[in-house]
Write a protein that binds this ligand. Structure first.
Ligand SMILES: CC(C)(COP(=O)(O)OP(=O)(O)OC[C@H]1O[C@@H](n2cnc3c(N)ncnc32)[C@H](O)[C@@H]1OP(=O)(O)O)[C@@H](O)C(=O)NCCC(=O)NCCS
Length: 212
């Protein structure tokens, strides 16, 4: 088995624990050592908190890590601390209960939760966090550090830029593009392209602010 740590100590860290444990039932691959986190009061964590980032930075042997942090920028900030450590590997963790076309192009460190469907000819960058029951349709292109919240639905030929968060239940209509560093609010329907650095909400989605 391969030793693995989960970075984070919140609700999604627990969901990720479940994903890995369920996958282990089919193929015993991961030995979960515990969490890399500041001390937290979340008493529902199933494994010990091993320590903060320094615990992992000082770890000398080969180790696998999964970043269970939903915010795209925080996920980037955290994972970049480890980018020069060749012994720390961020695998792609795809739930056995997701349906993912075998030819999907993934970068590294991607997480795909149960119930999601990823269709044909999809390209995905590094550190995608795709929550439960999303649909990523044919020919979609997704950048780095994108978060897809539960039940978000990207129709065909959609492009999503890096560091963008697509809220729960969002629908992005065919061929539309969402820029880098965008937040699309829960329940929105994106029927026009969205530029970089904005927050958009509603049906149809309208920009409510530009982010710094
Ligand atoms: C879009 C979002 C990021 C906005 O957060 P924010 O920047 O803090 O903005 P505010 O809450 O101050 O809201 C600003 C305005 O947008 C409206 N608004 C916020 N979210 C909205 C949404 N999803 N749909 C429609 N209107 C929304 C607010 O009512 C408010 O309107 P008002 O100015 O007329 O009162 C947030 O509301 C959201 O939807 N996040 C997604 C959450 C999610 O899916 N999480 C999944 C976790 S697994």
């Amino acid at each position: 088995m391969k030793n693995l740590v989960i970075i984070g100590g919140s609700g999604f860290a627990r969901e990720l624990t479940w994903l890995i444990e369920e996958n282990n039932k089919e193929c015993l691959e991961w030995n979960i050592l515990g969490y890399i986190s500041e001390p937290v009061v979340d008493t529902k964590l199933k494994y010990p908190i091993l320590g903060d980032d320094n615990w992992l930075l000082n770890y000398e042997q080969t180790i696998y890590a999964a970043c269970g942090v939903g915010n795209p920028y925080l996920r980037k900030k955290i994972t970049e601390k480890f980018k020069d450590k060749k012994n720390i590997i961020f695998p792609n963790l795809i739930s056995k209960c997701a349906t993912v076309n075998k030819d999907t192009k993934f970068g590294k460190g991607c997480i795909v939760c149960a119930g999601t469907v990823i269709n044909v000819d999809v390209e995905i960058g590094d550190f995608l966090l795709c929550n439960m029951s999303c649909v990523v349709s044919h020919d979609d292109i997704i950048g780095d550090y994108v978060t897809l919240d539960p039940n978000s639905n990207l129709l065909g030929f959609v492009t999503v830029g890096s560091y963008t968060e697509i809220g729960t239940g969002v629908q992005i209509l065919p061929g539309k593009s969402v820029g880098n560093s965008v937040v699309v609010g829960a329940g929105a329907v994106v029927n026009k392209n969205l530029p970089d650095n904005c927050t958009a909400v509603g049906v149809p989605a309208k920009i409510i602010k530009y982010n710094k």
